[in-house]
Design a binder for this molecule. Structure first.
Ligand code: BTN
Length: 243
């Protein structure tokens, strides 16, 4: 497995994408101590201070067609959530699609980007950001009420190398399960770790449409199914939700 460790970079997503374009194999990993312009979902920024977190991107080369990338997003969220729980004992939960929350605050985010050609996925880059050892005072004002770190929640420094290894182990285990048994077992694990299930939610789709109702589960494609108060079932494929 190829592992590229950088001191400072703009975004490990960009670096991994360049390597993938050059033919880097599945599992190629790019890590950075610091990102100067870390990217989040929906065009947001990802605060990536030096030495305090895990900022990494993994090259994935799935054989499935385009429609199945939401499944990989959820699989990655399950992997990170299991790794955090296993290593720190802190009960992180998943907010759809794959924000990891502890006590209602975000500790990790995942950005899955894919390069496609003729409706087929050429490769995906799974970007994982985990706030590992940030202290309360490390958070800028705008994040101080929404973000948290494993150190703050667990009350002690967490070994980043051990956590990276645990995430990779979980990714490998779940990818194998996915290849052998499809999405169903992944969906079950996701639903069990999710804080979104059976909760009343308001979803905003990429098109700016708002849907309100109860999150009832994932459909076979990986979309979140919301049942409105009128009993109508709506699938949400992208966007954000409010709990
Ligand atoms: C989100 O919650 O919006 C997703 C955040 C993803 C952040 C990670 S950090 C490593 C990788 N490089 C980036 O620029 N973003 C992802």
């Amino acid at each position: 497995q190829r592992i590229v460790v950088l001191d400072s970079t703009v975004s490990t997503q960009q670096d991994a994408m360049r390597l993938a374009e050059e033919g880097a194999p599945e599992g190629t990993l790019v890590l950075a101590e610091e990102q100067t312009a870390g990217r989040g979902r929906l065009g947001r920024k990802w605060y990536s201070p030096r030495g305090k977190g895990i900022w990494m991107s993994i090259v994935l080369r799935p054989a499935q067609p385009l429609a199945f990338t939401p499944q990989l997003t959820l699989l990655t969220g399950v992997a990170v959530c299991r790794a955090i729980r296993r290593l720190t004992g802190v009960e992180a939960g998943i907010k759809w699609p794959n924000d990891l929350l502890i006590h209602g605050r975000k500790v990790s985010g995942i950005l899955l980007e894919s390069a496609t050609e003729d409706q087929r996925v050429r490769y995906c880059i799974a970007g994982i950001g985990i706030d590992v050892n940030l202290n309360v005072e490390d958070y800028p004002e705008e994040l101080s009420h929404v973000g948290t770190s494993l150190k703050i929640e667990a009350g002690l420094e967490v070994d980043r190398t051990a956590l990276i290894a645990a995430v990779l182990e979980e990714m490998e285990l779940l990818s194998k399960l996915y290849a052998e048994q499809g999405f169903q077992p992944i969906a079950m694990l996701w639903e069990a770790l999710s804080v979104t299930m059976n909760r009343s939610v308001r979803a905003h789709t990429g098109q700016g449409i708002a849907v309100e109702g109860t999150a009832v589960g994932l459909d076979p494609s990986g979309a979140l199914v919301i049942e409105t108060n009128q009993g109508e079932r709506i699938q949400v494929i992208s966007g954000d939700i409010q709990l």
